[in-house]
Write a protein that binds this ligand. Structure first.
Ligand code: THU
Length: 144
């Protein structure tokens, strides 16, 4: 799977995701998440989780990155790097939640969009969106 990332700026993406931890707003869980989303034209959009006293209004780091990019007119993406952990300690890999996988499904080709979950720039895993969301419902399903 790592061969798929050969042409991606993986290190830069993971470093950006780690930088985003500084902006994570987590007064309730203390679980900090950072994301870095690579667009088809090579731009990297950062995202952090933003919690809310009305808990369900919380926004995950991945969705923050997607919505920031879409709000700037970008809708084509190649990959996302995600880091996260309690108090920002990257002791495990942080896979995207189900809602974020569904948002990815809206804008990304599940066979080719890559999800990089990292503990550090040298320690990461790579999956396709298809692996994380098999048989996912997407825009094309509304046409049939
Ligand atoms: N969180 C993310 O930002 N991304 C994920 O994919 C998993 C969960 C956040 C939401 C919440 O602020 C905290 O992590 C604990 O669930």
């Amino acid at each position: 799977m790592k061969a798929l990332t050969e042409e991606l700026p993986v290190r830069e993406m993971i470093e950006k995701a780690i930088d985003m931890l500084a902006y994570s707003y987590t007064p309730y869980s203390g679980f900090k998440v950072g994301a870095a989303l690579l667009s088809a034209d090579g731009k990297i959009y950062g995202g952090c989780n933003i919690e809310n006293a009305g808990l369900t209004a919380t926004n995950c780091a991945e969705r923050t990155a997607f919505f920031t990019a879409v709000a700037e007119g970008t809708r084509h993406f190649r990959a996302i790097a995600i880091v996260g952990g309690k108090d920002g300690e990257l002791s495990g890999y942080c896979p995207p939640c189900g809602v974020c996988r569904q948002v990815m499904m809206e804008f990304c080709d599940p066979e080719h969009f890559l999800i990089i979950t990292a503990k550090s720039p040298d320690d990461y895993r790579v999956h396709t969106l298809r692996e994380y969301l098999p048989d996912g419902f997407g825009p094309g399903d509304l046409l049939s």
